[in-house]
Design a protein. Structure first.
Lengths: 280, 184
């Protein structure tokens, strides 16, 4: 009895390793950053770009609203009258000097909100660092998109495939007119080729959630609303049925995505195998 | 006698590479989290981003065992002497990453309480922008620092340029004009 008891007490020591051994079988969570990037959030704020119209004209009209609204005072703009024979922007004036100091910018996106012509938007590039202060001040030459509408890639930035997608016209909390019920309508003007994105769903009844994959906040937080605020068909037994249908639908879509991805992988592997076998 | 006194012949060339490789792969950071950026710094140390992949998992509590100071957060005027003291207590060779816009330039706190740029107090090697920088940005800054260690001279810092008189305080150096490209 005494020996067994002692043994049992000593073996209890291994009980503490239960969690450790459980973690051996779990999937690894580490994101291997320098090798691969994790996907960005749809509304991630990153490095700015200055957009151009379809005909190549710059959108910035040098109104300095972005500089005025910037809480960190990181934007410096000087407007100048357009030369009549060779105008830079369709307006009366254009941004002659445009500088953003990335050692001050806090990526709050208030400049994007303030801009009346959607000249300035944010890309999703966030992997950059500087070895001196001069690099951090981006001038207009570095911010304006190129002739294909793609942002310029600077040597100390880590652009990968897909980082510059949805760069322009991609996020605004309100319409340029200030109306919150602007969803479903493309409010931003014509764009130089690259990155134009569907308008997002939001607060009004005209939203198109299937297209954008977003869910209004009211539906997300419905369980926390007062009883009288919850629609009748979402309460009680009927509500349960509705939620079950919703989650079934979600699962189905997830399974479909996984299946597609697996098929894609299989095709890739097959192609790679064929490519290695082919020349030999 | 330091290694920097040797002439560059074949032997010291290889040795230099070896020393740089060793330094690059064991940069131990000192814990110097000051504000919200420190949360991102901690997440870099945790499993999701795991800087032990880069040989720097140990955040040293003692500056004497650290090579790298990641200034994460806004530095108040009262913190500046402490920051300088911790930096002085670190052993050579030592590097500084200024993480986040507050440390780099005061950020949106353009007021009397916050030091407008930590490079007024300590020499900064790499600036990581963002408010706060995402863990990837900090990893990018660390990789840039690795690149700087790899390509830089083994001697600590360039000598004081001729014609600049030493004052009682610390004299900021001329900015390093070499633009370091993203390491791949």
């Amino acid at each position: 009895m005494g020996v067994l008891q002692d043994l049992k007490e000593q073996l209890q020591f291994f009980g503490g390793f239960k969690l450790t051994f459980q973690h051996l079988t779990r999937p690894r969570v580490t994101r291997q950053y320098p090798e691969e990037k994790q996907p960005k959030q749809p509304r991630q704020h990153g490095r700015h770009v200055l957009n151009r119209y379809e005909d190549g004209m710059e959108k910035c009209i040098g109104c300095e609203l972005c500089a005025g609204v910037c809480p960190a005072d990181c934007i410096y703009v000087r407007g100048l009258d357009n030369p009549p024979d060779d105008p830079v922007s369709p307006g009366e004036r254009y941004g002659y000097v445009y500088e953003i100091n990335y050692l001050r910018c806090i990526h709050c996106d208030l400049c994007v909100e303030a801009c009346p012509t959607e000249a300035i938007t944010e890309s999703k590039l966030f992997e950059f660092s500087f070895t001196n202060r001069a690099d951090a001040i981006y001038t207009k030459a570095e911010l304006v998109v190129d002739d294909e509408g793609r942002p310029k890639h600077l040597p100390w930035e880590d652009w990968r495939e897909g980082t510059d997608r949805h760069t322009s016209g991609w996020m605004r909390a309100t319409a340029p007119a200030g109306s919150a019920a602007y969803e479903g309508e493309v409010q931003w003007s014509g764009e130089l080729g690259y990155g134009v994105r569907r308008p997002e769903g939001g607060q009004s009844g005209r939203r198109d959630d299937a297209a954008t994959g977003t869910m209004p906040l009211r539906e997300v937080l419905e369980a926390h609303l007062l009883d009288e605020d919850i629609p009748l068909e979402h309460r009680g037994m009927r509500g349960r049925l509705w939620r079950a249908q919703l989650s079934a639908e979600r699962n189905r879509r997830k399974m479909e995505r996984t299946r597609e991805r697996l098929q894609e992988l299989r095709a890739q592997r097959k192609a790679a195998k064929a490519a290695t076998r082919g020349p030999s | 006698m330091g290694l920097e006194d040797l002439q560059h012949n074949f032997l010291t060339g290889r040795l230099e590479d070896l020393v740089k490789w060793a330094r690059r792969n064991s940069v131990w950071p000192a814990t110097f989290g000051l504000a919200c950026c420190a949360i991102e710094m901690m997440s870099v140390g945790a499993a999701d981003f795991d800087i032990s992949r880069l040989g720097m998992e140990v955040f040293r509590a003692s500056p004497r065992q650290a090579d790298l100071m990641i200034v994460a957060g806004r530095v108040s005027q009262k913190m500046a002497p402490v920051l300088r003291q911790v930096y002085d207590q670190m052993m050579e060779p030592k590097w500084v990453i200024s993480m986040g816009v507050c440390a780099s330039s005061g950020g949106m706190f353009n007021n009397y309480a916050i030091v407008q740029g930590v490079d007024q107090v300590v020499p900064v090697d790499v600036y990581a922008p963002g408010c706060p920088p995402s863990p990837e940005t900090l990893l990018h800054a660390i990789l840039t620092l690795h690149e700087k260690i790899r390509t830089g001279a083994i001697a600590r810092r360039p000598q004081q340029p001729a014609g600049v008189e030493r004052t009682a305080g610390w004299v900021p150096e001329a900015p390093n004009a070499v633009r370091v490209a993203t390491p791949r």
